[in-house]
Design a binder for this molecule. Structure first.
Ligand SMILES: [Mn+2]
Length: 329
């Protein structure tokens, strides 16, 4: 499902009718979560509105050169000053990075605008939802919304939005990249997006300890199933400790497995808060990992999805490899 022109215009109109906006995104924000949040903040500010981005905790190292100036803490009395709440790039209430006192039920009673590109989005605003499952990134969806408004995209929005478009498409390599994606990226370049700065900050700035961690992971812990069509690794917590590396920082780790010739599905498993974190990618739409993630109460996109498994890492490995193998039956 794609957003219609009238939905995009309606979203732009509602956003621009707001005066004081609080923007939320998903926990552990990635490039698209940050790009959408800050792109929207600068868009609203350039139209004379007030806007803040709320992110609980810190942001990944690779994004700190591009994104700063957000709220991590918000007292309830300050919260009440906002007239509009926008969620970007967040598929479900469990993933939303919101202040602790705020429940989704309460948020849904407010002037709450939900903008996302995850097909199965369950944020469910009573006020306004715009979910476009076949748009490659939420940042791209925001480009479309801005183009549907009367306002020329402000220069300050261009780099954040291009960052989101580039990270969610793997620099326009993943199959979610459409002709529209390229046209929307071109619009951002024309508006002054700093491609070199984005690429150097986000893609060519891997810390050395991370590179060494990845090297050992690939050398010692890489496993295969189903004639090497499935590549996966269970990340031992001591390996991350050895290199003083936070796995959550590594958005691109799974791509090392995906890049291997002949591999169709890549998967990572590691111990996280609340259980074993499972991350999956598929290179071919006829073998979607989305349904596998959903079978384990997770979610995401058809070719990029994840879940949390309650149990041991060994049990998770067995259950997931079995389920993935069934895709090829
Ligand atoms: Mn996204």
């Amino acid at each position: 499902m794609s957003a219609t022109q009238s939905q995009l215009r309606e979203a732009a109109k509602l956003l621009l009718e707001s005066e004081n906006v609080l923007i939320f995104t998903h926990q552990r924000p990635d490039g698209d979560a940050l790009g959408s949040s800050f792109g929207l903040k600068y868009f609203l500010e350039s139209s004379g509105k007030k806007a803040e981005v709320f992110i609980p905790g810190t942001i990944p190292h690779r994004h700190t050169k591009l994104f700063s100036g957000y709220l991590s803490d918000l007292p309830e009395d300050k919260f009440n000053a906002f007239d509009t709440f926008v969620s970007v790039d967040c598929a479900n209430p469990a993933r939303l990075g919101a202040p602790e006192f705020l429940t989704i039920e309460e948020l849904r009673t407010k002037r709450f605008i939900n903008i996302d590109h995850h097909g199965g989005n369950s944020m469910g605003s009573a006020f306004f939802n715009l979910v476009s499952g076949n748009t490659a990134s939420c940042s791209e969806l925001l480009v479309k919304i801005m183009c549907a408004s009367e306002i020329t995209i402000p220069e300050k929005c261009a780099s954040p939005l291009l960052t989101g478009m580039m990270t969610d498409t793997g620099c326009f390599r993943f199959s979610n990249t459409s002709a529209d994606t390229m046209r929307n990226a071109a619009i951002l370049l024309e508006r002054g997006a700093e491609l070199e700065k984005i690429v150097n900050a986000v893609f060519f700035s891997k810390p050395l300890n991370q590179m060494r961690f990845e090297n050992e992971l690939m050398r010692e812990h890489l496993k295969f199933a189903l004639d090497n069509r499935i590549a996966y690794a269970c990340i031992p917590p001591e390996l991350a400790k050895k290199y003083d590396f936070n796995i959550k920082e590594d958005e691109g780790l799974i791509d090392l497995l995906r890049e291997i010739d002949g591999v169709i599905i890549a998967m990572l498993l590691y111990e996280g808060p609340g259980g074993i974190k499972i991350s999956m990618r598929s290179k071919e739409s006829r073998y979607p990992v989305g349904p596998v993630a959903r079978a384990f109460n997770g979610g995401g996109h058809e070719l990029a999805a994840g879940a949390t498994y309650e149990g041991s890492i060994g049990d998770a490995e067995k259950a997931l490899v079995e389920k993935l193998t069934q895709l090829f039956a």
